[in-house]
Design a protein around this ligand. Structure first.
Ligand code: NCD
Length: 451
């Protein structure tokens, strides 16, 4: 039986996510009544970064399901401090020590790598600034409970959209559900290009400038952007927006500056977006719920904690039932009825060539000795691809075929004939030549693979 992991929010279909909500509702109505579901099972928390809510809610969830937990809350107390790799640690911890691994790590793509070495399900509890799918399930569940639906609602994402992994997973999921997203970044902390590309290419949304004057002060310093659904059936879900003017908002999702990931260590936060009584008085926010994955710093003032619209502590408490749902499904204790699965975007391995991933904090660079570069194809002509670990767009000028050992320019029609698993990426001709590849020229019309 293949092991099912939760590395990206895309690993779950929308139907499965809805089933998880129903399951979480069942658990929420009686948190103490399900202690038989995971009896005898053990979850291992491997946390290479600090955490309060994610680790404790996962551990609480496993204990409430009747299982046990092993916890490495501070990896400096483990052999990681002796230089042990993530890959080796995961091989050991999945080998009889535990039935599921919950992993948080500072390198983007760490959970993907762990899933390749683990014999038990790996749950991504945050990988660098990349993704945080279980926080997104918690956030979606909150929207579903509070608003009754996700389709067609208006959600403002505010703050550090560049480095917040919660934002990235949430934006992908909201796009898939057909929610309308208004980005209100602190200037300098806009969504990264690779996230925008993915929203465009995989989820059919197009970023467009929005008139956010009705959002008042929270949007005053930033160029608000609408992530507009381009698919016709989704356009009909544009309920509250007139043109690209933000009229009424269902939820504002604030994030703290992710200073630990800022290249300057968080010294320059500019004019960071803030939400207090004054900002919440904007007419367009009259019915909005205020969300935050927490921890907050001062981007949400304590003066609005008692406002009925502020749900961030309720949001955190719902982390327990939703994580009970995730654990019970991934350990196989509960079977979902839905058989529809998201067609898994195939990951292709690159056999040779440089590592074309430009992201210095990608696990393919930080743990290079255990990582085989892997990628997802974005387009064939010109050839564009994204790192299979951190999702950044790969940088290369030449593409080679590992069977014919020829290289071509990335616009060459020849490369359309090469099987994705036989593609290799090179920074320039010298690197390709050193790897034993010859220039392919215009080709003879036959696929390198056919020869
Ligand atoms: C978030 C995280 O770790 O990314 N926290 C959480 O899991 N609730 C958000 C953050 O740290 O800002």
């Amino acid at each position: 039986m293949t092991v099912r992991h939760l590395v990206s929010i895309d690993d779950l279909s929308l139907a499965e996510i809805r089933e998880l909500f129903a399951l979480a509702d069942r658990f929420a109505s009686d948190l103490r009544g399900h202690a038989d579901l995971c009896r005898g099972m053990i979850s291992a928390s491997l946390f290479y970064e600090p955490s309060t809510r994610t680790r404790l809610s996962f551990e609480s969830a496993m204990l409430r399901l009747g299982g046990g937990v092993l916890t490495a809350a501070d990896m400096r107390s483990t052999s990681a401090s002796k230089g042990e790799s993530l890959a080796d640690t995961v091989r050991v911890v999945s080998g009889g020590y535990s039935d599921v691994i919950v992993l948080r790590h500072p390198s983007e793509g760490a959970a993907r790598l762990a899933s390749m070495y683990s014999s038990v399900p790996v749950i991504n509890a945050g990988d660098g600034s990349h993704e945080h799918p279980t926080q997104t399930l918690c956030d979606l569940y909150n929207l579903w409970v509070e608003r009754g639906r996700i389709e067609g609602i208006e959600v403002v994402l505010a703050g550090d959209l560049r480095y917040s992994r919660t934002i990235h997973s949430f934006a992908y999921a909201l796009a898939r559900f057909g929610a309308n997203v208004i980005c209100v970044p602190t200037p300098g902390f806009e969504l990264p290009d690779y996230v925008v590309q993915r929203l465009r290419e995989e989820f059919g949304v197009e970023p467009q400038r929005a008139d956010a004057s009705r959002l008042g002060d929270i949007a005053a310093r930033s160029d608000a952007v609408y992530l507009t659904p381009q698919k016709p059936h989704q356009l009909s879900l544009f309920t509250h927006a007139r043109g690209l003017t933000v009229e009424r908002v269902d939820a504002v999702y604030m994030t703290r500056p992710q200073t630990e990931r800022h290249p300057d260590g968080g010294r320059n936060l500019g004019d960071y977006v803030r939400l207090g009584k004054h900002q919440l008085a904007a007419e367009s926010l009259r019915d909005a719920v205020v969300m935050h994955p927490l921890p907050r710093r001062d981007e949400i003032s304590a003066e609005i904690d008692d406002d009925p619209r502020s749900i961030y502590f309720k949001q955190a408490s719902r982390g327990v039932p939703i994580r009970m749902a995730i654990l019970s499904v991934l350990t196989g204790s509960v079977k979902l009825e839905t058989t529809s699965r998201v067609p898994e975007s195939r990951l292709h391995r690159t056999a040779l060539g440089d590592n074309p991933c430009p992201n210095p904090t990608c696990i393919s660079r930080t743990e290079a000795r255990h990582v085989h570069p892997a990628y997802k194809l974005a387009s064939r002509a010109p050839l564009r691809a994204h790192c299979g670990y951190c999702s950044h767009e790969l940088q290369f000028t030449l593409v080679g075929c590992t069977t014919s050992r020829r290289v071509y320019g990335r616009d060459s029609l020849e490369i359309r004939k090469i099987r994705p698993d036989h593609l290799s990426f090179f920074a320039d001709a010298a690197v390709a030549q050193t790897a034993g590849f010859e220039p392919g020229g215009a080709g003879d019309g036959r696929s390198a693979d056919e020869q």
